[in-house]
Design a protein around this ligand. Sequence first.
Ligand code: ADP
Ligand code: MG
Length: 228
Amino acid sequence: MNLIVKNLSKSYKKMKFLEIEILKNIQLRIKSGQKLALTGPSGAGKSTLIHILGLMDKPTIGKVYINGVDCFSKNDKYLCSMRRENIGFMFQFHYLMTDFTVLENILIPVWSIRNIKLEHARNILKKIGLIHRQDHYINELSGGEQQRVALARALINNPKIVFADEPTGNLDTNTGIEIEDLLFESISELKATLIFVTHNEKLAAKADKVIKMLDGKIIEGECDESLY
Ligand SMILES: Nc1ncnc2c1ncn2[C@@H]1O[C@H](COP(=O)(O)OP(=O)(O)O)[C@@H](O)[C@H]1O
Ligand SMILES: [Mg+2]
């Protein structure tokens, strides 16, 4: 799926008359199947931006078009089904449910049809080398294993766009590389679009396009309009 962002701004109200602008007039185009890396210092607005692109938050001004559909002109029900059917999300902190097993966590995004998806979930676990852990609880896993489960959960709906917010930011280098390789392989297999936040230059270099943010703006790597 392709994604186009036009004149997007996000601000938060602080007290009655004070607004803080977190994202300032962002323009972005991502082609279907592209891998886009988002870099920039802490506080630049990266998480805020990908939460909006992943339809988990709303812009104050501006448009997000996914495959030509102006998403925020639609109601919450539409946004919810768009997320459920097409979008996968990985966070820096895995946000897995500790009272559920590995297999159950992976099935959470498709809970209403979990019986149908069971085999698919097991196949993903086999692929990422965690099938022997399917009935374990999250606290029994290492950080790297937990993040692999988070990857599996992001993939359970065969997403067409995956967002990953510093998915290996909390892991040691080697474990991080394993997860990154798995993420990239899975994305290529699915022919999905990937938008990921990273501080790691080596990882950013694997992307088709790198965009740098500072202070709520894109300061480097804005799209070359002639490409589209
Ligand atoms: N809910 C919120 N209310 C007010 N300010 C926020 C909120 N969420 C994020 N911010 C502010 O927005 C800025 C950008 O945050 P964030 O998107 O998390 O940056 P990054 O992911 O690049 O570190 C920060 O200054 C942060 O304090
Ligand atoms: Mg962040």
